[in-house]
Design a protein around this ligand. Structure first.
Ligand SMILES: Nc1ncnc2c1ncn2[C@@H]1O[C@H](COP(=O)(O)OP(=O)(O)O)[C@@H](O)[C@H]1O
Ligand SMILES: [Mg+2]
Length: 245
């Protein structure tokens, strides 16, 4: 994706200020930064969820695979650019029905094909082996980490081009968090990942390309996992210092 001069204002307040950034294919593209910096708003612009907020004025251009996101239907765009939120939010239905949900909305999928798609999405999300004995169990009976992987499977069944993860591990214990970090490294082989995190350790582990979003502005960005160490940017240094203090 290419994002150019993206700004979001709400009343007098500037939430995103002239953001220029590329999202690279088959990489983990990571946005780090303090709370309130505009990270979630940035993600919501990529699939045009931000426009649904009457307070927001969104300007600038966003391209997905060379085409302006405004030229996609909203449903089609949100299928191509999937999103997983900070708190796992499975629907109050079975594991199977959660994963099948988006594909069912598209209609006309035969049962055999649906079964296959559900299984492969659960496999891709690293959850299949833990739930395959009973896909009919309510999603609410899964642990937090399993629920988050279920939400990832629910997004993957639509075969998105881009998978956005908004602080996907911040409500999880270290073991569940580690599983999702491993999973991100597998997922990037097939998908483009945009990760929002304020967990610098996580960025070090999984990020291929990291940008610091601070007060609505991208103030530093760079390639490689050790970018965070190498950076000479003062804002970045101050941010890292805050976290390690
Ligand atoms: N719907 C809204 N209307 C007005 N301001 C908002 C709205 N949502 C978030 N904001 C403000 O936008 C800023 C960025 O928020 P957000 O994108 O959620 O940041 P982050 O995800 O980095 O914590 C914050 O100052 C927040 O108060
Ligand atoms: Mg946020």
């Amino acid at each position: 994706m290419e994002i150019s001069k993206l700004s979001v204002r709400a009343g007098q307040k500037t939430i995103l200020d002239n953001v220029d950034i590329n999202i690279y294919r088959n990489r983990v593209n990571t946005i780090v930064g303090p709370s309130g910096g505009g990270k979630s708003t940035f993600l919501k612009c990529l699939n045009r969820l931000a426009e649904l907020d009457r307070n927001y004025r969104v300007t600038g251009e966003i391209f997905l695979e060379g085409k302006n996101v405004r030229e996609y239907g909203e449903i089609e765009l949100r299928r191509r650019v999937g999103m997983v939120f900070q708190r796992p939010n499975p629907f109050p239905m079975s594991v199977y029905d959660n994963v099948a949900f988006g594909l069912r909305l598209q209609g006309n999928v035969k049962k055999d094909e649906m079964d296959m798609m559900v299984s492969s999405s659960l496999q891709e999300a690293g959850l299949f082996d833990e739930v395959s004995d009973n896909l009919k169990r309510p999603a609410s009976t899964l642990s937090g980490g399993q629920q988050q992987r279920l939400c990832i499977a629910r997004a993957l069944i639509l075969r998105p081009a881009v998978l956005m993860l908004d602080e996907p591990t911040s409500s999880l214990d270290p073991v569940a968090k580690g599983k999702i970090e491993e999973l991100m490294l597998e997922l990037k082989e097939r998908y483009t990942v945009v990760l929002v995190t304020h967990d610098i350790g996580q960025a070090r582990k999984v990020s291929d390309y990291t940008s610091l979003l601070f007060n609505g502005k991208i103030v530093a960005s760079g390639e490689g996992k050790d970018f965070l160490e190498r950076t000479s940017d003062d804002t970045m240094k101050a941010f890292l210092g805050d976290l390690t203090a």
